[in-house]
Design a protein around this ligand. Structure first.
Ligand SMILES: Cc1cc2nc3c(=O)[nH]c(=O)nc-3n(C[C@H](O)[C@H](O)[C@H](O)COP(=O)(O)OP(=O)(O)OC[C@H]3O[C@@H](n4cnc5c(N)ncnc54)[C@H](O)[C@@H]3O)c2cc1C
Length: 268
């Protein structure tokens, strides 16, 4: 499943390279294949529809583009939009705390994960190069949600004499929010499970998604009640706040720095 495993993250700052070896290695995966395999184990009915509204009564009533559904338990896993939580709590989504990134996969082999912090090249953002076997993923992101990044991606690729292929990307939020809103469980980027600074989220969103599913299963099996389940999920999700805040502070600090001061701070 994994395409390449690396334990070195290289930070490129002001033309210099700083290598950090991680205790636990990271890997790149074929995300589409991973999702297909995961879903093949899923015995639930899958319906592709947009959630439009939700009403609270004895049961939740969820209105979608493909009919309405009654349910005792609802999970909002709609990414940065938090489409359900924001219907129940106005101001749940912070549109001023969104990063935006794009990425392309091109034929290029390298060994390590690379992050580039160069304000004079990409202001308020980061560029990265992640190896995945015969290919590498080149990406750029803005911590301020700037969406016009194609030129930056092209310039980044030009450094390696490469041309952009198919591009994908979007917003991800850096706002840590309450894990349960009006008895709706909020999972993934919707709750703030994508990390600031690095934008890493897949591993964490899957971890919390599985934990949330297990808790709801125990509620369904009457081994715990709803309140116990809500407390358990909330406590688990809120434990991540410390690491989240650490990375957010680093991201905010980075936004205030020039190329030179970043380099000095990174070395100190
Ligand atoms: C360019 C880029 C590169 C990235 N690279 C990495 C990486 O290398 N490693 C990593 O770990 N993370 C990476 N991330 C972050 C990662 O993509 C997120 O952490 C992850 O996708 C969050 O998962 P999620 O399921 O919470 O949300 P999403 O993946 O955003 O999924 C939410 C889904 O809900 C749907 N939805 C929204 N509103 C509604 C509605 N009203 N009704 C129905 N459906 C709705 C959306 O269409 C979407 O399909 C990257 C992000 C970007 C933008």
């Amino acid at each position: 499943m994994s395409l390449q495993i690396c334990d070195i993250f290289s930070f490129h700052v002001n033309g210099k390279r700083i290598d950090c070896r991680f205790k636990n290695p990271y890997c790149t995966i074929d995300f589409a294949k991973f999702c297909r395999q995961l879903n093949s184990k899923n015995k639930a009915n899958f319906l592709k529809a947009s959630v439009i509204n939700i009403e609270q009564g004895e049961l939740f009533k969820v209105f979608t583009s493909n009919g309405s559904f009654l349910s005792k338990y609802v999970v909002d896993a709609t990414g940065y939009r938090a489409s359900i939580a924001k219907l129940l709590k106005r101001c749940y989504v912070h549109n001023d705390a969104l990063s935006f990134g794009i990425e392309t996969e091109v034929p290029y082999r390298t060994k390590d994960f690379h992050f580039f912090y160069e304000p004079s090249f990409i202001k308020d953002g980061v560029a990265w190069l992640f190896p995945c076997g015969e290919f590498s993923r080149f990406g750029v992101a803005s911590y301020k949600g700037e969406t016009k990044l194609l030129d930056k991606l092209d310039l980044f690729l030009q450094r390696y004499n490469l041309k952009r292929q198919k591009v994908h990307g979007g917003f991800f939020c850096y706002c840590f929010k309450e894990p349960v809103v009006e008895n709706v469980f909020v999972v993934g980027c919707a709750q703030g499970q994508t990390l600031p600074l690095t934008g890493e989220g897949i591993r964490r969103c899957i971890f919390f998604g599985i934990k949330c599913g297990e808790i709801i299963q125990r509620i369904l099996d009457r081994r715990i009640n709803l309140n116990e389940g809500i407390n358990e999920y909330s406590n688990l999700a809120l434990k991540a706040r410390r690491d989240f805040n650490f990375l957010l502070a680093a991201q905010n600090r980075l936004l205030k720095m020039s190329d030179i001061s970043i380099f000095r701070e990174t070395l100190s």
